[in-house]
Design a protein around this ligand. Structure first.
Ligand SMILES: NC(=O)c1ccc[n+]([C@@H]2O[C@H](COP(=O)([O-])OP(=O)(O)OC[C@H]3O[C@@H](n4cnc5c(N)ncnc54)[C@H](O)[C@@H]3O)[C@@H](O)[C@H]2O)c1
Length: 249
């Protein structure tokens, strides 16, 4: 028996990076996983590699959330876990140089996606009187912001506050909401955070503030998510779990 046996999970942004690591861990622990990503080719490849279902979807669109929920119910008859991992940032730059499209990107992909996922899926849990589990992939940027990423950092702070609010509101319905806050990792987004190519040398300033002395890895984030998604965590809600080698201390 795996730690997530019989559970059905949607993992967004699971074609690469942290999301793919989360999908891998959940599948290893017995969950039925729907890899949900905007990038069709990468999503299909990840789904094939990990023996998961695939849904090509844009997390900023209500109709896509409705379609992915229906896909889970049609195929598996239930949904238990939503990992809101898909995220976006603009390149690190002075705040006065940020353009409207940069602001809209981070607010839509990082925040509106949380709004839409809860707006579409919480009613399902309430209707079916089922326990539910939402995990948002936030960031240490919400808690220990660095310069040059003002609106990315603010979008992740919004994720944390929305998560805590919904944890309080829906605790009586046994729907849990938690955030995981990773420190910098090595993924498709890292060069944007750095504002320069992702090399060990360019990463050194970020890594120097991490007591354990290394960037995060997808498995670090996946292990934290697995715990939060499992029944071992059925009394844990409203938590922002920093997975950061001590960065936020
Ligand atoms: N990499 C880091 O250093 C770091 C640190 C802290 C938090 N995070 C967060 O981790 C999460 C995962 O990012 P990652 O680092 O693995 O990056 P990544 O670029 O490897 O993965 C992001 C995935 O999200 C998908 N995506 C983007 N917009 C989407 C949309 N509108 N709809 C559906 N899918 C979409 C992309 O196609 C991609 O597969 C993000 O929320 C990010 O903010 C990353």
């Amino acid at each position: 028996m795996g730690r997530l046996s019989d559970k059905v999970a949607i993992v967004t942004g699971a074609a690469s990076g942290f999301g793919k690591g989360i999908a891998r861990k959940f599948a290893e622990e017995g969950a039925k996983v729907i890899i949900c990503d905007l990038s069709a080719d990468a999503a299909k490849a990840a789904a094939e590699e990990l023996s998961c279902d695939v849904a090509v979807a844009n997390v900023t669109l209500r109709e896509d959330w409705e379609r992915v929920l229906q896909q889970a119910l049609d195929k598996h008859g239930r949904l238990d876990i939503i990992v809101n991992n898909a995220g976006a940032t603009y390149v690190n730059k002075p705040t006065v140089d940020v353009e409207d499209k940069d602001f809209d990107l981070v607010m839509n992909v990082n925040v509106k996606s949380i709004y839409l996922s809860s707006s579409v899926i919480v009613p399902y849990f309430l209707r079916e009187k089922r326990p539910g589990c939402f995990i948002q992939i936030s960031s240490t940027a919400a808690l220990r912001p660095r310069p040059g990423l003002t609106w990315y950092n603010a979008s992740k702070a919004a994720v944390n506050t929305a998560t805590k609010t919904m944890a309080v509101e829906y605790g009586p319905n046994n729907i849990r909401f938690n955030s995981v806050c990773p420190v910098v990792g090595i993924t498709g987004m890292t060069h944007l955070f750095l504002g320069k190519p992702d090399t060990e040398e360019n990463r050194a300033a970020f890594v120097s503030t991490i007591p354990i002395g290394r960037p995060s890895q997808p498995a670090d984030i996946a292990n934290a998510c697995c715990y939060l998604a499992s029944d071992e965590a059925n009394f844990i809600t409203g938590v922002n779990l920093e997975v950061d080698g001590g960065r936020c201390v």
